[in-house]
Ligand binder design. Structure first.
Ligand code: ADP
Ligand code: MG
Length: 245
């Protein structure tokens, strides 16, 4: 497939926080429908990289093109955020809004959906993530796993073409991890383009088309999960795997 058909193209992407060089020339191309799992040590730039893809962090050098939209100063943020949904470790739901209101807010504000339309879509999505009965509750009344499933439904309500997940299960108690991973697997099987930063190696083996290993602000190695876990090439990937597996 040619580069023109890639839904994400990142070329020589650099990011500085003051003097600190957090991303050091990252290159990545993602085809529509591909599932990428991003792993690597803490501080290696995983979050910073995926946040550049929806411009939560503007990059300082290099080129990022998302579904044909080049991300640069003056970019149409609304257009990019419609294309790219994001789910965070800490859920980030609006605490003063009900579950249903959390899911309908952006479609009504940004996509100008009517309340009735937005609520119909929201209820379908809450069914999809398995918690339609929680629609009128507030986030604080839900378990962590339920809150994260609301966060996924909220992101999907904007009908994104790409979903970014930044350690979506890291803040969850162990018994809630599976319910969130199951929703993510269903989404993967539906054909969504997904970039997932996670320590869940079972998920990586089962779902990823490619595992991408970050270290010190750059991609050190990438491979199919089978090849990566069976036979990591780089010393730093070997060390990392020996520490987490
Ligand atoms: P990871 O997600 O792989 O753990 P991050 O992308 O969060 O790593 O961070 C990469 C590096 O950039 C770290 O050294 C971190 O301290 C630094 N960093 C991240 N965000 C900021 C920020 N807003 N200001 C200053 N430094 C930051
Ligand atoms: Mg991170």
């Amino acid at each position: 497939m040619t580069a023109a058909e890639d839904i994400i193209i990142a070329r020589d992407v650099h990011k500085y926080f003051g003097d600190y060089h957090a991303l050091r020339g990252v290159n990545m191309s993602v085809r529509a429908g591909e599932k990428i799992v991003i792993i690597g040590p803490s501080g290696s730039g995983k979050s910073t990289f995926i946040r550049t893809l929806n411009r939560l962090e503007p990059h300082n050098k290099g080129t990022i093109v998302v579904d044909g939209i080049e991300l640069k100063d003056g970019s149409n943020l609304d257009a990019i955020r419609r294309e790219v949904g994001m789910v965070f470790q800490s859920f980030n739901l609006f605490p003063h809004l009900t579950v249903l209101q959390n899911v309908t807010l952006a479609p009504m504000r940004v996509r100008k959906a009517s309340k009735a339309q937005a609520e119909q879509v929201a209820m379908e999505l809450l069914e999809r993530v398995g918690i339609p009965e929680q629609a009128s509750k507030y986030p604080a009344q839900l378990s962590g796993g339920q809150q994260q499933r609301v966060a996924i439904a909220r992101a999907l309500a904007m009908q994104p073409k790409i979903m970014l997940f930044d350690e979506p299960t890291s803040a969850l108690d162990p018994e809630m991890i599976k319910e969130v991973l199951d929703v993510m697997k269903e989404l993967a099987h539906s054909g969504m383009t997904m970039l997932v930063v996670t320590h869940e190696m079972g998920f990586a083996r089962e779902v990823a088309d490619r595992v991408v290993f970050f270290d010190q602000g750059n991609i050190v190695e990438e491979a199919t999960p089978h090849a990566f876990f069976a036979n990591p090439q780089h010393e730093r990937s070997k060390l990392f795997l020996s520490q987490i597996l």
